[in-house]
Design a protein around this ligand. Structure first.
Ligand code: FAD
Length: 287
């Protein structure tokens, strides 16, 4: 099923993200994570794709597992290190596995990884155009409520986002954010620029304080004082951090739904128990 149809239903939807294993030996473990998350019946399940190729070979395999479990899969695809031939081959593989949804990304160049010279892709909009031409895919792309870390001016970032959407995006998924007002402001600004595709709000339940500080530094996501206080308070108590992280994410989601943001995406970090707790907390709200 296409994600555009799911989002177009007007219902509240909660979807989840998983990432493939870094090492082939861990494949079964990730497949078990997928089975557990699928049992919570997310609206769809997205599977990330390593920009440098490292974890990419299992993306289609795991996305195919997701579909076999009866859940629509969204396969991520990055182009920064890819050749045109490689992208065509992955799209063919997706078609063979009846995967209709692709998240078209540029990706970040991982340190130490070679990319083709001359580089064959500069920006995600080029990939969007290619996927659009390659078949009947439902195409998503990334957007950044706090602004993309490489873009100096948020207005320019939104201008490029408009170009990407016009290239053929059916929906957008946001980078994680911890202050809902940042998202509301972003939604207002993109609408003013003529971007009207559905936006799926990406929520990261923070269960590890060190990890979140590193991710925020890399991604440019701001931590509001209320959230920073939680991270500082519980950084030495992993179980308390987990409980507080789940509670914060739940509150964020309830506020979003109350304000008309119907599509929520949980960055599960391959922790089914965290996704499960949030789903349980929302059972009457999304039921
Ligand atoms: P782009 O849309 O190309 O934007 C990148 C930068 O270039 C921005 O600063 C933008 O303003 C600028 N730009 C865009 N178009 C132009 C243009 N025409 N001219 C000049 N400047 C331009 N990474 C992975 O490796 N694997 C994943 O599976 C993955 N999944 C993700 C899922 C989500 C929901 C999000 C939000 C991010 C994900 N990422 C993933 C990270 C993503 O690859 C990085 O954030 C990357 O730096 C940007 O990718 P993009 O597709 O947004 O790039």
């Amino acid at each position: 099923m296409k994600i555009s149809e799911i989002l177009g239903s007007g219902k509240v939807t909660v979807s989840c993200e998983v990432f493939p294993p870094k090492k082939a030996v861990d494949l079964e473990q990730v497949q078990e994570v997928v089975r557990q998350i699928a049992s919570y019946n997310p609206a769809f399940l997205s599977v990330t794709y390593g920009a440098g190729g490292g974890t990419s070979q299992n993306t289609v395999k795991i996305a195919a597992d997701v579909q076999r479990l009866g859940i629509p899969a969204l396969a991520h695809l990055t182009c920064v290190c890819a050749t045109k031939e490689k992208i065509a081959a992955v799209l063919q593989e997706l078609k063979e596995n009846h995967i209709e949804n692709v998240l078209a990304l540029r990706g970040d160049i991982p340190p130490g990884v070679e990319f083709p010279t001359p580089r064959q892709y500069q920006h995600a909009c080029e990939l969007v155009r290619e996927i659009k031409a390659a078949g009947d895919f439902c195409i998503g792309a990334a957007c950044y409520p706090d602004g993309h870390v490489e873009c100096e001016h948020k207005d320019d970032d939104i201008g490029y986002l408009k170009e990407k959407v016009d290239a053929g995006c059916d929906f957008l998924t946001t980078q994680m954010f911890f202050d809902n007002n940042v998202l509301y402001n972003f939604l207002y600004r993109i609408m003013a620029k003529g971007i009207h595709v559905p936006v799926v709000a990406g929520i990261m339940p923070v269960t590890n304080s060190k990890q979140i500080k590193r991710i925020c530094a890399l991604s440019g996501t701001t931590l509001p004082p209320r959230f920073r206080a939680i991270v500082d308070k519980f950084s030495d108590k992993p179980e308390a951090m987990k409980q507080a992280g789940i509670a914060y994410a739940t509150e964020q989601i309830i506020d979003l739904i109350s304000n008309g943001v119907n599509a929520i995406h949980i960055y599960t970090m391959n922790k089914p128990e965290v996704a499960g707790k949030i789903m349980e907390n929302l059972s009457e709200i999304i039921g």
